[in-house]
Ligand binder design. Sequence first.
Ligand code: PLP
Length: 412
Amino acid sequence: MIKVNDNFTQLSPSYLFTDIAKKVSDYQQAHPEAHIIRMGIGDVTRPICQAAIKALHRAVDDEASADTFHGYGPEQGYAFLRDAIAEHDYRSRGIEIFSDEIFISDGAKSDTGNIGDILSPDCRVAVTDPVYPVYVDTNVMAGRAGCLRPDGTRERLEYLPCTAENGFSPALPTGNPDVIYLCFPNNPTGTALTRAQLKPWVDYALAHNALLLFDSAYEAYVSNPDIPRSIYEIEGARRCAIEFRSFSKTAGFTGLRCGYTVVPRDLAGRDSEGREVSLHALWLRRQSTKFNGASYVIQRAAEALYTPEGREQVSETIRYYMENAQLMRHALTEAHLRVFGGCDSPYLWVECPEGMTSWELFGRLLHRCNVVGTPGCGFGPSGEGYLRLTAFSTHEATRRAMDRIIKENLRN
Ligand code: PLP
């Protein structure tokens, strides 16, 4: 029989969303009359904006005629989209990022997962805790994470707790990691770091030759001017950070699929012989060998998001979700629950009342309010004692869910 990659057999089964689905479906069967409102899963609900829809139609028509047809595209992405990103997401905001440092992809999950291909299997890795599970699992697949401990953590990973006690601003690592995953605004906590809080991370990375993998999939939700939307707003980050972005939560592309990764030309690593190697060159080689590029049609849709019409429509959608988030923050506070996030992010992180576990609060919310959240313990040990709610519902469903929570006393 064929020998398999042992690293894959070391993955912990991912039960979280299966367990949630089972509990919800058991409850619905027992209470067919209950109208359950799902606020657990991080998918969007608003349709794609008109500017992108029109661009999609035009791009489909391009494919119907020999003189405008597009076959294999550049693996790094079409220049029309890379130029628009460099201009609107970076240079117009005073950030020095060039079009050829941008790599278009089918999304941030793929890129945050694949980036490890160009890093040594020996690299020591640090992750914030709670954590977007892709960072951990892809390091397990690469053999970097070490054995599973009884508490669900991995022996070779450094976990950097983010809790109410430290204001969701993790302490710098102590284990001398080579690679540090940061995600701000954060999934799942919905909290973000200010420029002043992020600066020590860039300084640390430069001083210790560490690489920051900065996931800013939720940057479009930032409204506080003290919170950077890009790690490159921090001086020195071009020499120590790769940034991942996505059109999924920005423009509802969870189904269309498009995102991008920025690998500055200044970033260098070393091979096992001690020779300096450009990370940009390695990622370009990795992508052009293993990735076909995002489709022409989808890239045209993404380009349209940067037109004046597209920018206004995207802002309108973000405003819609953030109105939900604001309503949720008020209602949860009125219900005497302590809540974090939801100001510069579509996620709210609800602290469980004293002595209650994440699953207990999940159960109470489901049974008494018919509302589904995600137990925080599913995102790592520091997620225990919290529950994640998302602002991606409609206004009507959000209001109904919050009215039910205010009426119930979830504290006892
Ligand atoms: N990064 C974070 C932190 C996320 O929460 C998500 C999606 O939920 C992703 C990346 C994935 O984004 P994409 O849809 O672009 O793959």
